[in-house]
Design a protein around this ligand. Structure first.
Ligand code: IMP
Length: 195
């Protein structure tokens, strides 16, 4: 089985990608291959995913995949966007990040609370691949006025999903995975890789 590196050490992500790609690739992590992280200096999800994929491929000699995701809030001019994981300052502080959005949106009317989760996934055959596969998908919703639900992570408790009439954090994981930005992007990537 051909190996591919996913530019992540997140065990959940490695498992998810392995399950999706199991008939084409064995997915290994950065730590499996001794790959060091690279600064994410891009200004878009795609640029950062490309930076991470190229770095992982260059250091491991394997084809590479990388994803980059976050939430884009229209009333905040697209913030927190690529800075979603560290919006309130500390990387991965979900509690502070969600509270910061709620505070900044306190006076924004119901009609102007649109937002979307965004996910970019990049595949490179090798570090200098001039024709990377790039897929991007969004998941439309609105910012709630208070945290709701216990499932998921990150901004799920403040993201209203109009198609299901509930917060993302109230969706069962298998439902969220089937309709989310990441689920849609993974499906699209799989189709591209197989064609
Ligand atoms: P990364 O793609 O792991 O860098 O994720 C960036 C950040 O975006 C995460 O730390 C979360 O705050 C946010 N995020 C991305 N996807 C989701 C999601 O499905 N639910 C909630 N928050 C998310």
């Amino acid at each position: 089985m051909k190996k591919i590196i996913l530019a992540s050490n997140n065990k959940g992500k490695i498992r998810e990608f392995n399950a999706m790609l199991s008939d084409i690739y064995e997915v290994v992590s950065m730590s499996d291959m001794g790959v060091e992280e690279v600064p994410e200096i891009g200004l878009t999800f795609v640029e950062n995913a490309l930076i991470k994929a190229r770095n992982a491929s260059a250091q491991s000699g394997l084809p590479a995949l990388a994803d980059d995701s976050g939430i884009v809030v229209d009333a905040l001019n697209g913030e927190p966007g690529i800075y979603s994981a560290r919006y309130a300052g500390n990387h991965g502080d979900d509690e502070a990040n969600t509270q910061k959005i709620l505070d900044e949106m306190a006076n924004v009317p119901d009609t102007q609370r649109s937002a979307r989760f965004w996910c970019a996934i990049v595949f490179v055959e090798h570090a200098n691949d001039p024709t990377p596969i790039i897929v991007q998908r969004g998941w439309e919703g609105e910012i709630l006025r208070k945290k709701t639900g216990k499932n998921g992570f990150g901004y799920d408790p403040i993201f209203h999903v109009p198609t299901h009439g509930c917060a993302s954090a109230e969706l069962a994981p298998e439902i969220k995975n089937a309709i989310s930005h990441r689920g849609q992007a993974l499906d699209a990537l799989l189709k591209e890789l197989k064609s």
